[in-house]
Design a protein around this ligand. Structure first.
Ligand SMILES: *Cc1c(COP(=O)(O)O)cnc(C)c1O
Length: 403
């Protein structure tokens, strides 16, 4: 009898299987199920970082700024835009952290619609997003309306339609929810927001490099996200920010600095912002810190985001099959969407007392992600995760749940 849960045939028929061996080894790790929080480094990353220090930093010294460093925020941004965001060149930069970029973008957005006094988000959004929106609202004299959503689901166009009005300046959500992995219908929600005359800001932290994005086609105004999750940019890697081209001329962000000037080297008396997306920048670009992201983007270019998404759906589908067979009968709840169209790159399992399983899971070489109060997130980075790894990791969880 064939075992429908056997990972063998799934790995054997996986067109992306070969990518897994190109990641640096992780000694003692049986199953890394946290690529949604910190992606693994490709093996090549260490050599590329060393080469940058040796050849570019040491070899070129200050001359490096004229040989690609200065334009790296937009060069890498454009590449990321083409490979993962559905963004034409000239609208994306790599800079700062997600938190800082969200602040800059949200602040700029509410300034663009001065007659409006509300920001809409959802109560289940990631803490930094809520903090940023609260802070911008307080600074600019707006109020934040928080929509309540199903913790195992997420924001819908209907929720948004019920929350926006002629008072709404800005609407901001995570495209993929950090708890449930719910994929919001960004195209439809963006339309609802625009029909109300407001601007939309999407947090793409859990989608970039996992779920294909079409920012230009969807008419998205503003977006930001991090590059250390599915984009394998490394701990604290710089984030990315997107401003729709049509907004750029009027766009003014609050952290002014010389790198965002039209003519940074004129040392002129007054600030004149750069004509294009460079006006989102503030200070010196984090050149060294974008080296790992460039390696990962080369890998993503080889694999293709659509193939990544296809594998992602197979991985999450497989994790759901294993959970249904092994864990749900033992009191575990699946707190993620089952509909493939609404399912992001991770699956959340909940059960009271899950926090206590983290230490034994780690001791067995299984590294999931934990989110209080009782959620284990099974993060499945398509390029670095095999089906056998999912099987191995959830087998250990099954044994612990049975104890
Ligand atoms: C990971 C994540 C962030 C991270 O923000 P940092 O500034 O990089 O710490 C922000 N928003 C969401 C939705 C995230 O998932």
């Amino acid at each position: 009898m064939t075992d429908v849960l056997d990972p063998g045939p799934l790995d054997a028929s996986d067109p992306l299987a070969g990518f897994r061996d190109r990641f640096a080894p992780a000694p003692g790790v049986v199953a890394y199920l946290d690529g949604n929080s910190l992606g693994r480094p490709p093996a090549e990353t260490a050599e590329r970082l060393a080469a940058f220090v040796r050849d570019e930093w040491a070899g070129r010294l200050i001359r490096g700024w004229d040989e690609g460093w200065w334009t790296s925020p937009t060069d890498v941004g454009d590449r990321l835009g083409a490979l993962a965001l559905g963004a034409a060149p000239g609208q994306t930069v790599v800079a700062d952290s997600t938190t800082v970029l969200l602040h800059k973008l949200a602040h700029a957005a509410v300034r663009l619609l001065p007659g409006r006094d509300e920001i809409v988000t959802d109560a289940g959004n990631f803490p930094t997003d809520r903090d940023v929106l609260d802070a911008v609202a307080a600074e600019r004299g707006l109020t934040v309306r928080r929509v309540t959503t199903d913790p195992a689901g997420g924001i819908t166009p209907e929720h948004v339609a019920g929350a926006v009005s002629e008072r709404t300046a800005l609407v901001s959500f995570s495209h993929v929810g950090y708890r449930s992995g719910w994929v919001a219908d960004a195209a439809a929600i963006t339309r609802v927001v625009h029909d109300a005359g407001a601007l939309v800001l999407w947090d793409l932290s859990h989608s970039a490099g996992s779920v294909p994005l079409e920012l230009d086609a969807w008419g998205v105004d503003l977006a930001a996200g991090c590059s250390y999750k599915y984009l394998n940019g490394g701990p604290g890697a710089p984030a990315f920010g997107y401003v729709r081209e049509g907004l750029l001329a009027e766009f003014a962000q609050p952290v002014r600095g010389w790198v965002g000037r039209a003519e940074p080297f004129d040392m002129a008396a007054d600030f004149v912002p750069a004509a294009g997306i460079r006006r989102l920048l503030s200070g010196t670009p984090p050149v060294l810190a974008t080296v790992p992201l460039q390696v990962s983007l080369e890998m993503l270019a080889e694999a293709g985001i659509d193939a990544v998404r296809r594998k992602s759906l197979r991985l999450t589908g497989y994790a759901l099959d294993l959970a249904d067979a092994w864990l749900v009968p033992r009191g575990v709840t699946v707190a993620s969407p089952r509909d493939p169209a609404r399912r992001g790159g991770h699956v959340t399992l909940t059960r009271p007392g899950f926090a206590g399983l983290l230490a034994p899971l780690h001791a067995a070489g299984v590294i999931p992600d934990y989110r209080a109060p009782d959620g284990l997130r099974i993060g499945l980075a398509p390029l670095s995760t095999s089906f056998a790894e999912v099987h191995a990791g959830l087998s250990v969880l099954r044994e612990l749940v049975e104890l």
